[in-house]
Write a protein of this length. Structure first.
Length: 346
């Protein structure tokens, strides 16, 4: 079984240490697996124990599983396949259970207030619906501004969300409402996109709409990055998880847990091999541990996917300098400065 399948398996593994989740879970702890406690290919896709199977497992055993408490109890207002559950489960490793519970409660409050406002309005456009979510956040005293912490739970606790974390709130609400909204990434940035079958498609960032060309210019994204699917595409389950794990890895890096950061980036890249930010984060962590050759290899791969990233050039420059490649280090440093100047100019 993969290291991380879903929030359901993560929490079950925590509550049933040593359990063989490839078989199922002895929910009543009687030493035997009943038919209802076994994991099967419920979604009939030929794979046993993937996201779909565990979601069906939760639905089949919901009463008993919710009774286990913890995330299973706190997540009750949200559908089992809501990406917010995976996000909070992933971040729960780094915060207290009380912080996770508080995050769920605040999200449930936001969802409730959004539903109340929607019930009072008719014939809203998709743009108006999403703006209501941002309006509700602001009405609750949540400030929308740039944050240093990569952890969504920490941002929510301080009532201060940036573009990335506010987008995750919108994503959570949209999922509950059945809106066709996706998380979309740009270099070290994320926003949401409404993309439905009628052809209505727009991006929203902190309540403002921008075309794809805005992000291509602002973040200096090249065609090669777009063709490889690195940025500006609708995220699926794997890309959500990769994004969440990369952010947790970055948070671990900031705390000096470089091995933990590398481990998270390893899993993020297994899920999404074309994610330049994860390569950059892993390369920076390897440098901190003295693995400069490994770091350069990661930064090389990141630059292959996103050739216009000043951070990668700067980080690779530092690694090359440690290995005595002063000419290469100087070339990378100058390229980093040129790209940073271009981004500032834009």
């Amino acid at each position: 079984m993969p290291k991380y399948v879903s929030w359901i398996t993560s929490e079950l593994a925590r509550q049933f240490p040593g359990a063989d989740l490839t078989q199922g879970v002895d929910l009543n702890r009687d030493g035997k697996l009943k038919k209802s406690e076994r994991i099967c290919d419920f979604d009939k896709n030929g794979v046993v124990g993937d996201w779909g199977d565990w979601r069906v497992f939760l639905k089949k055993n919901e009463t008993q599983i919710r009774f286990l408490g913890g995330i299973f109890k706190w997540s009750a207002p949200f559908k089992p396949d809501n990406p917010i559950n995976d996000l909070l489960a992933i971040e729960s490793e780094m915060v207290s259970p009380a912080a996770v519970q508080s995050a769920y409660e605040k999200l449930a409050d936001i969802l409730s207030k959004v539903k109340e406002r929607l019930a009072k309005s008719d014939n809203l456009t998709p743009q108006e619906r999403l703006k209501i979510v941002y309006d509700v956040m602001r009405s609750m005293g949540i400030r929308l501004k740039q944050q240093d912490s990569e952890l969504f739970i920490e941002n929510l606790k301080t009532n201060t969300l940036d573009c990335d974390t506010s987008s995750l709130v919108v994503l959570a609400v949209a999922h509950e409402m059945g809106w066709p909204v996706y998380l979309v990434t740009a270099p070290r940035h994320a926003f949401v996109r409404w993309d439905d079958r009628t052809g209505t498609r727009f991006n929203m960032d902190n309540g403002e709409t921008h075309p794809d060309s805005f992000y291509i210019t602002k973040y200096n994204i090249l065609d090669v990055s777009l063709k490889k699917g690195c940025y500006l595409i609708n995220s699926d389950d794997k890309k959500y998880l990769s994004f969440f794990l990369t952010n947790r890895g970055y948070a671990k890096f900031g705390l000096g847990d470089y091995r933990g950061a590398i481990k998270d980036c390893d899993e993020a890249l297994r899920l999404n091999p074309n994610y330049p930010d994860a390569y950059n984060n892993r390369g920076a962590a390897k440098s901190e541990l003295g693995d400069y050759k490994g770091a350069i290899k990661d930064h090389d791969e990141a630059l292959r996917l996103n050739p216009n990233d000043p951070a990668d050039y700067n980080n690779r420059s530092n690694a090359k300098k440690k290995l005595g490649d002063y000419k290469g280090a100087d070339e990378d440093f100058k390229m980093s400065e040129r790209l940073q100047f271009k981004l500032r100019d834009e």
